[in-house]
Design a protein around this ligand. Structure first.
Ligand code: NAP
Ligand code: ZN
Ligand code: ZN
Length: 352
């Protein structure tokens, strides 16, 4: 298969910094689209993977799964996109397309395992997939999304992961008017969760460890804010919420958050800390509470989310960075010090 080389930023070992490298991309096949990457969001999953916190990272690793860019080339069988279109790519670039989950449009739960945008298995080139911290990417048109034209492009990139990862469970758990919804952890995912839950009509309660985020939380759309490090505030709010979306990236006491749920309330984990979280049986059984998880969203639902955000004028609050500043950005992510998503301006990698 013919390939071409592009500049990228990635890491060669779990303890190593990210650095510039060359990677190969396939020339478009019949159903492929080649995308000139304009912006790429920085998800905490990029950091977990680059540092092998979940295990299984194959090096070199080029992260990045919040990709927006412009179509520069299409295969002869492509029907959904044309050269010049603004498009997005999220966390997946393929799936088996035949299993029950794939047939239901839930490719993220593909029974054979979806193909992740990075650190997945590239069946064309028979090595790991490389993500969006790069100049260009080649993706099957079925895993490419249309970007609403009214939204700022850089601020739209985070919708491709942070947006869909929060939208999907909020929809699944029927969040809307009359529901008190808690969002825990106001980083990239959490701040999108606040905006989307508010647009769905819910009463939104932000639960944060950062007192510096309480004012912002209201601006983002929160009706109330609980500082989780304040035991008194946590006690006063016990039993008040119908649903909680937990977007925390590090170790935390999940039992404390479960105490905020009403009878029959549910907490869904989207945050994926490195180590298991202990759960006391009594945190669940006393008021028939549920604990569940959720992973990104299917392609059709991701398009639905983008259209929803286009309609409600929702984008991410971002800090635009240069590719060369990625290692500093990772250090700030670890300190919960980003308001609220880093987005890489890919012109910095292309030397423009
Ligand atoms: P992020 O921007 O770093 O935000 C994480 C937030 O968690 C922080 O801003 C902080 O919010 C809170 N936090 C951090 N340490 C904490 C602690 N020890 N106790 C309580 N709260 C703490 O990360 P992100 O990109 O939003 O990603 C969040 C998590 O979701 C990551 O683990 C990521 O891998 C995972 N993720 C999962 C999926 C999925 O499909 N399920 C998709 C994408 C990402 P406050 O300052 O408000 O406390
Ligand atoms: Zn992500
Ligand atoms: Zn499948």
């Amino acid at each position: 298969m013919s390939t071409f080389t592009v500049k990228a930023f990635g890491t060669r070992a779990s303890e190593a910094n990210l650095e510039q490298m060359q990677i190969d991309r396939r020339e478009v096949t019949a159903k492929d689209i080649e995308i000139d990457i304009l912006f790429c969001g920085v998800c905490h999953s990029d950091l977990h993977t680059a540092r092998n916190e979940w295990g299984g990272t194959i090096y070199p690793n080029v992260p990045g799964h919040e990709i927006v860019g412009r179509v520069t080339k299409i295969g002869e069988g492509v029907s959904k996109y044309k050269i010049g279109d603004l498009v997005g790519v999220g966390c997946m670039v393929d799936s088996c397309r035949e299993c029950e989950s794939c047939k239901e449009g839930l490719e993220q739960y593909c029974e054979k395992g979806n193909i992740q945008t990075y650190n997945g298995h590239d069946k064309h080139l028979n090595h790991q997939t490389f993500g969006g911290y790069s100049e260009r990417v080649v993706v099957d048109e079925d895993f490419v999304l249309k970007i609403p034209e009214n939204l700022d492009l850089a601020a739209t990139a985070p919708l491709l992961c942070a947006g869909i990862t929060t939208y999907s469970p909020l929809r699944h758990w029927k969040v809307g008017p009359g529901k008190n919804v808690g969002i825990v952890g106001i980083g990239g995912l959490g701040h999108m969760g606040v905006k989307i839950a508010k647009a769905m009509g819910a009463h939104v309660v932000v639960i944060t460890t950062s007192s510096s985020k309480t004012e912002d939380a209201k601006r983002l759309g929160a009706d109330e804010v609980i500082l989780s490090t304040d035991g008194q505030q946590m006690k006063e709010n016990a039993g008040k919420l119908h649903f909680i979306l937990d977007c925390v990236s590090a170790q935390h006491d999940i039992n404390a958050y479960l105490s905020l749920l009403k009878r029959d309330g549910a907490l869904t984990l989207v945050g994926a800390p490195e180590h298991p979280l202990p759960v006391a049986a009594f945190s669940l059984l006393v008021s028939r509470k549920s604990l569940s998880g959720s992973a990104i969203g299917g392609i059709a639902e991701t398009q639905e989310m983008l259209d929803f955000c286009g309609k409600h004028n929702i984008t991410s609050d971002i800090e635009l960075i240069r590719m060369q500043d990625i290692n500093k950005a990772y250090e700030r992510l670890l300190k919960s010090d980003v308001k609220y998503r880093f987005v890489i301006d890919m012109a910095s990698l292309k030397g423009k």
